[in-house]
Design a protein around this ligand. Structure first.
Ligand code: ADP
Length: 478
């Protein structure tokens, strides 16, 4: 089977969140199942050297305002097709946001171009390689099926994957012709969404199947509280909606070989974890001690529930806990955590920013990772936590609910707990989970047993890659 991924980011080249990690990892797992996967992504400046090593396979005289070309290249074990459109993607800074912190004003054209290029590849215009199925990821690839629908003749089936329904790509209806969408697509069965153009709505209406990144999030998406206006459409499409749990790249995230660590370790020989902890204490200005070291590695947005954690800091610190926070985003949250590091000097440390290597070191050196998200499609940091023996303390929602086994009495008695869950999602219950974690940490044998179990919990892509393949095969037959 030939499979085309269309996505806006891909680890290790360009990443703003979990989407990139998934795009960088699944093709490798699918290749092991005999699928030929190519990944179409925009050629941002971060990909300049890969672009230079590639071969032009197709050109566009005018792709939404300028010339563009498709360049095929191999890098980091992936077969890439780069959309080289300098007028849209050759910009320094965040891939979605301008220097003012606002969306680039032409984001509609930028990601329409990505979708358009995906559709052209679907029509066989790459030459020599035509996808049997296209997997479009998130709103940025949402118009792939809309452009295919404008073609007379056979087109490949499209599967759309929702990584986070909070981002939908909604634009003014006056943009329809600039987006090269035919007027007859502006209907409730097509791209129209409450009088506007919605890329994600188009994808959900027009794709043969829809997947999302955990079974619980798939169920949640059909509820008004989580569906963000698209729950009704998803209820209609329930038979075609599949929740497939994300995995992680076990080669990139391996505490025995991870180059970002100061000391390697494993479930059999966990000693090195302590040296990584000392390094974290130094980097975050924390006083060395015996109590549990919690960490946060996160975008700072209301989704991630970090405001709830602020309310729990007195209790966390009061029980002898320490906290290291790495993140960036909402300015008020950034300021609040920087202030907390002064208020609880030596017990709370904050680094504002995005630092991939430091995130690895924190997974290695911490005892527990806090993820109090209000909603979480899958979440990856709890999976890294499990793999690194850093027990997740998580809100019971989405993929967090599906991947962490709460240390309640029954699970402890049955030796199957791997972390701590809380619900309902509020500061009181988060505080309660932190206290439970502190209590288990005070029993070193019990904690060590949970750590070993967490590290052996399967978090790779094997099972989920097969589930994706089943979906692709189903649409291919359909
Ligand atoms: P989301 O995609 O909603 O941000 P996920 O948990 O699915 O959440 O994925 C987040 C990814 O981004 C993880 O790989 C995490 O380690 C990484 N990450 C988040 N914030 C930072 C940061 N400040 N520095 C380094 N890595 C980060």
């Amino acid at each position: 089977m030939n499979l085309l991924f269309v996505a806006s980011e891909c680890t290790p080249f360009v990443k703003t969140g979990g989407l990139a990690d998934v795009i960088g990892a699944v093709p490798k797992a699918l290749a092991a199942l005999g699928v030929s996967v190519r990944v179409l992504i925009p050629s941002y400046p971060e990909l300049a050297s890969v672009l230079g090593s590639g071969k032009e396979v197709m050109g566009f005289d005018d792709l939404f305002g300028g010339p563009a070309r498709l360049v095929s290249a191999k890098a980091e074990g992936l077969e890439l097709v780069l959309l080289d459109a300098p007028h849209l993607f050759d910009r320094v800074g965040n891939i979605y946001l301008g220097p003012d912190g606002q969306d680039w004003p032409d984001n509609d054209l930028r990601f329409a171009a990505l979708s358009y290029a995906g559709a052209q590849i679907g029509l066989g215009l790459l030459g020599g390689w035509t996808p049997d199925v296209i997997n479009a990821h998130d709103w940025q690839a949402g118009l792939v099926p809309a452009y295919l629908a404008q073609h007379d003749g056979p087109v490949p089936p499209v599967v759309t994957t929702i990584h986070n329904i909070a981002f939908q790509g909604v634009f003014d209806a006056t943009r329809l012709s600039a987006l090269r969408l035919n007027a007859d697509q502006f209907t409730t069965q097509g791209v129209e969404y409450y009088g506007k153009v919605s890329f994600l709505k188009a994808a959900l209406a027009l794709s043969q199947k829809i997947t999302t990144v955990s079974p619980t999030y798939a169920a949640e998406l059909m509820l008004p509280e989580f569906g963000m206006g698209l729950d009704g459409l998803l209820r209609e499409r329930q038979a075609d909606l599949h929740g497939i749990l994300n995995g992680i790249d076990l080669d990139v995230w391996d505490p025995e070989t991870d180059p970002a660590l100061v000391a390697p370790y494993s479930a059999r020989s966990p000693k090195g974890k302590a040296r990584n902890r000392s390094e974290i204490e130094g980097r975050f200005g924390l006083t060395p001690g015996e109590g549990p070291l919690f960490c946060v590695i996160s975008r700072m947005t209301s989704q991630k529930g970090l405001d709830l954690l602020l309310d729990c800091l007195p209790a966390l610190v009061g029980q002898g806990g320490k906290l290291a926070v790495l993140g960036s985003g909402d300015r008020d949250l950034e300021r609040a955590y920087v202030k907390a590091s002064t208020q609880y000097a030596g017990a709370v440390g904050t680094i504002i920013g995005y630092d991939e290597d430091l995130s690895h070191l924190m997974q290695a050196g911490s005892d527990a990772i806090l993820i109090p998200s209000r909603f979480e499609p899958c979440g990856l940091t709890q999976l890294y936590g499990l793999r690194y023996g850093t027990l997740p303390v998580v809100a019971r929602t989405g993929g967090l609910a599906d991947t962490v086994i709460d240390a309640n009495d029954a699970a402890l008695a049955a030796d199957c707990a791997t972390g701590f869950q809380f619900a309902p999602i509020n500061a009181t219950m988060l505080g309660n989970a932190i206290s439970r974690a502190c209590a288990v940490h005070a029993q070193p044998k019990l904690w060590a047993a949970m750590m070993r179990r967490a590290m052996r919990h399967p978090v790779g892509w094997d099972v989920s890659a097969k589930a994706y393949l089943d979906v692709y095969q189903a649409v291919q037959k359909g």
